[in-house]
Ligand binder design. Structure first.
Ligand SMILES: [Zn+2]
Length: 234
């Protein structure tokens, strides 16, 4: 049977939090047989008041267009979680199947945190593939469950020919300086222990196998050093 193999990874900045120059990003994975897999979709077109510290840049639709792609060309949307800066354009991809951790999707309807963009992520259930924990989606593409930031958050591992393995931590580790076994001083956070457990899970993974690159979810300094679309990693 013919199986897709991951060929390219594109990085797209679709918005920012200007006060701290924090980038809001999405990723596109392309396979050798022409599949387009989007990872997150960025901010909503109209930013809700409770997240007004964010601003839109060139959005995911425009950036895909620059690569010659229409929203309907996206086969799969890997949804790392339903925060407003990650799932804000999910509704645009009307031909895609969404892949999300089951615990995250089941928690979302009753969690006010995701309410403002519910119309985006609350898609017909037959278009959503609920997954449980770590899994290999296809050769070179793996989901890694990293709860803590929110229940059922997922990070993504992309294996490329030239670059090697790339870990997209997403919000499990938003900043490179937090990628450490040291305890963070954020004791007030009730999720601190789970965040730490997921950080250590990713650190263990990076220690076990050689990684070409670890890309953090919102790291302004690192972002400047990375290749952005239309350039790509292969
Ligand atoms: Zn985020």
């Amino acid at each position: 049977m013919n199986q897709s193999i991951v060929k390219r990874l594109y990085l797209m900045q679709v918005g920012s939090m200007p006060e701290y120059e924090i980038p809001v990003v999405c990723y596109l994975v392309q396979t050798d047989d022409g599949k387009n897999i989007l990872i997150d979709s960025g901010l909503p077109e109209i930013i809700p008041e409770d997240t007004s510290e964010f601003v839109n840049g060139q959005d995911v639709i425009e950036q895909l267009a620059r690569l010659g792609l229409k929203p309907d060309d996206i086969d799969t949307v890997i949804s790392t979680h339903y925060d407003g800066d990650h799932a804000g354009r999910h509704g645009a991809f009307t031909k895609a199947q969404y892949i999300v951790q089951r615990v995250h999707h089941l928690d979302a309807p009753t969690n006010p945190r995701y309410a403002s963009i519910r119309a985006q992520w609350d898609q017909p259930i037959e278009r959503i593939r609920l997954v449980d924990g770590d899994m290999k989606l296809l050769p070179g593409l793996e989901l890694i469950e990293t709860s803590g930031h929110v229940p059922g958050h997922q990070s993504v591992l992309v294996r490329l020919n030239k670059t090697g393995a790339i870990l997209l931590t997403i919000d499990a580790v938003p900043f490179g300086e937090w990628f450490t076994r040291d305890e963070q001083s954020d004791d007030d956070n009730p999720d601190a222990e789970e965040i730490r457990a997921s950080t250590i899970k990713l650190l263990d993974l990076v220690e076990r196998e050689h990684f070409g690159l670890v890309i953090f979810g919102h790291d302004a300094e690192q972002w400047q050093t990375l290749k952005k679309a239309p350039e790509f990693y292969e």
